[in-house]
Design a binder for this molecule. Sequence first.
Ligand code: 13P
Length: 249
Amino acid sequence: MIVANWKCNGSRAMLDEWVRSYLNEKDIQLDNSCLILIAPPSVFFNELSDKISKNNINIFLCSQDIAGMTRKHTGAISGELLIEMNVDKFCIVGHSERRLFYKEDNQIIKDKVVECFQNKINPILCVGETEGENSLANTKEMIEKQLRIFENESISEGTTIAYEPVWAIGTGKTPNPKDVNEIHKFIKDVVQSLSLNSLNPKVLYGGSVSEKNAKQFFSEEFVDGALIGGASLDGASFAKIVNIKNGMK
Ligand code: 13P
């Protein structure tokens, strides 16, 4: 599974260029079973969805956020609205930028995850440590706290966790893939033991993923894909990463 998170980037002109360069680079000879999602700014849901279907591209739209069950307020987007827009498969929840700049704590994020479950939308929950926590060797402890939101919840089959070390986002710095693999195994074990139905979630790596380093991450046993920011804004770079994943099956 490969997910593009465009954050607040994009323009109507960029959509055409993105689709053109993605199609130009995408290798259709490869096994194409990898699930591919784009989370654009919600103002582009309609236009991007039209372009994807007109060009027969096998990409689903994903939301960057959702209002919690109790937070359907001004400026927010609810599960019902996402379903109305056919963005009903996946939704990113708890990105570190939401935690940091919008003061979303575990309670708020849990509320959003439950809103996803109630609308049968799979959450992609982002977790990860800051640079300071990393240097104090507190990574697992921090992640375990963030995963507590699954305590006493029955999770959906498609529930996905994105491990995004905060210090790797947009910095060009990446952790060692072997360390990422160990954290992913830890995340799977913790979610399985916390959740009521003991499902094993998919775990994506996110943080400065590019066509240069993607193969190293995808070669690790417990890395099920990637959540990509900067490198997903260029259709050709994104397609190269998708080709790498599809070529490794
Ligand atoms: P970059 O790939 O730009 O580091 O962003 C990662 C991210 O925040 C994806 O959610």
